[in-house]
Design a protein around this ligand. Sequence first.
Ligand SMILES: CC(=O)SCCNC(=O)CCNC(=O)[C@H](O)C(C)(C)COP(=O)(O)OP(=O)(O)OC[C@H]1O[C@@H](n2cnc3c(N)ncnc32)[C@H](O)[C@@H]1OP(=O)(O)O
Length: 503
Amino acid sequence: MSEHENDAWSAPSNEAIVLSLVAPAAAGGVKPIASFKPKYTYTIFNDEQIFGYQDLRVNIQFNASDMRPHFGLNYSKKFKPTGDTEATDLKEVFSEYLPEVAFQKQKEFTAAVEHTRTDWTPPGKLTSTFRKEDVTYEVWKGNLADPAVKQLVNRIQVFVPLYIEGGTYIDVDEPESDRWTIFFLYQKRPVAHEPERLSYVFVGYSTVYRFFLFHIPTPLASPSRNKSVDQLDFTEEFDLSSLPCRTRISQFIVLPPFQQKGIGSTFYSILFQEYLNHAPTVEITVEDPNEAFDDMRDLTDLQFLRRLPEFNALHIDTSLKIDKHGIVPRNIFDKAAAEVVRRTAKIAPRQFYRVLEMHLMSRLPESVRPGIVDPEAGEAPKGKAVTAKPTKEQEYEYRLWQLIAKKRVYRHNKELLGQLEMPERIAKLTETVENVAFDYARLLDKAERRFDDGEEEEEEEDDEEDEASDVEAVRTGNKNGKRKADGVAEAEDEEPAIKRRKA
Ligand SMILES: CC(=O)SCCNC(=O)CCNC(=O)[C@H](O)C(C)(C)COP(=O)(O)OP(=O)(O)OC[C@H]1O[C@@H](n2cnc3c(N)ncnc32)[C@H](O)[C@@H]1OP(=O)(O)O
């Protein structure tokens, strides 16, 4: 087949697939509430192209409440098989991603939507309610071992490959499925033809996994955690869920129609609060976050930490004297006090110390505080007031801040650094810390704009100190992605790799 003919029968899958949330219509049948396109389809279709149809539309409808899916196809012409070439069997392709119920007849789907129980509620337990723009949202929490939770997860997992780059399905049948907690986020909106009645509309969800901690960190947060697994008496009956654990947010999705409204940030804060109050959780981590999630998390963590007086009390000790050619002092800020805040806040070390750096940077005198300047483009600082020339003391404070950042960046990239010659290292570290500062300035600017507009009122390392001086460097650096800016994308924490199994 010629390239031209091939093109005539190919459709971009990101365009051809249309997802929609539907609800019962007043006059019978179903009506769409929201329609949206996938972001990624490369794990499903080579080159994100579907072969064999003209005017193709793949309609994946979901009953907005229980998320029962329906798979439908529309096209004007289908390619007639020639030799080994035939149209992609779309039903077969999607049967790997959608549960069987999706392939029932449209009539059956419509009847099921029409007959959704009026008292239907999401599975699990209602844990939180909040309002945004006069709309009520509810967060429901359930365990994957609950069949109703499992059924709903099976229906919505298709959003993972469609919206999370590199995201994989969770194995709903794994023997220890009870280690998964699922948070469902729903909107409650009035039914069009019965305004006094409210119905549920699915907005997003998050999956959270519990890792048992085999080594209990010190100091212990409470005497009840004063056990390691070796010390437990397995002849006694005990509740495994009471063991100290690290809680990891694995997948987190807000569907496109609900994005950019502050809903994701609120949902994340609710999850975070849930585990702050959960005694066995020692640390809350996130699995392989992307940049959008990182931004949302940085701003939310910063806002949360700034509410803690002990965090606000952390400062750069400008009385410290540093020797240009000596080692970096240990206590440019009070490390012991910071560690107490970190453990109380249950934030993983790398995330906590990044947010602390960002906060300390925001407290630098304006004359030396990095602004939103692209160090590569050499732009002028955006919106930065023209300030007086910094004093020597101010410059010294800024140098101390740089040392904090350089030390952390260096430590996280030690192996790579070892491969560079000293002059190259110095240059790379300096450049990377400039990029980190640029990224912090970008985030602080967002934080200022977001938290000043009243939006929030709606809401209810190892001990080893390296002796790196500030003349050392990292190999990689990317000005916009902080993970890249910090060099190697290292794991946020260390834990047994027992979770991911593709269904
Ligand atoms: C661990 C993981 O799973 S990583 C993968 C994360 N998930 C994905 O990438 C899946 C697809 N994407 C999503 O699900 C969502 O986009 C998320 C979860 C990343 C973010 O959710 P959202 O609800 O859009 O977040 P939220 O609205 O709080 O913040 C996003 C933006 O809206 C802005 N915003 C915040 N509040 C408001 C508001 N009230 N009005 C308008 N905009 C707002 C924020 O400042 C932010 O701006 P930015 O894009 O410049 O950073």
